[in-house]
Design a protein around this ligand. Sequence first.
Ligand SMILES: [Fe+2]
Ligand SMILES: [Fe+2]
Length: 205
Amino acid sequence: MIRFSDEELKHQELFRQIEQMIAAGLPEGYAFVPQPNEVASVVLSKSTWAVLGLTCHIELFTQAHYKQSIEPDEGVSELFKDVFLFHWREESQHAILDELEWRRENEKLSDEERDRAVDDLIALVVAVDGILQAQSQSDANYFCAIAGRPFSTDERDAVEQQLLRAYRWQYILSGVQEPRFSNILGSMVNAQQADRIGAALLTLI
Ligand SMILES: [Fe+2]
Ligand SMILES: [Fe+2]
């Protein structure tokens, strides 16, 4: 676990460097809205089962994202691709550990504790969605400011809605649809809990 945490610190540093390189080519005004400390305090207020579930979900969708969207794209910068290739290799190992830890935690819980943990997992997904809403609003404003032509209110709103759809697919729904994730989660929760999770996800589609 300590080695994986070290790898995550390395990933953060890699992405910070990539971000700075991208920023050098971006017009002024781009904003990254989420505050890492605020996100961390929300996540850490939730049960271990829910946090492991979210971690497993994230590490599986980042792998799917690399395989489907970055690796086959011939137009993507070689350096950018390389960073994500090595990230993918390490995340492949993390996801194996996530599953083991999540199942181990699951066995420790009583039915009532698991029921509350399901609510926590839903709350975490809602929190992620809050971040996506704020970022898509910010990104729509940024896009319309730099695109070089005026936008009507309707057009601006359509840009925001399309960004939100894309972000929800990337950061929530693509991971939920990963068979590995749905199989693990499905093996832990009962039908009523699965329905609650499904109902929460339906509001994002
Ligand atoms: Fe990572
Ligand atoms: Fe990881």
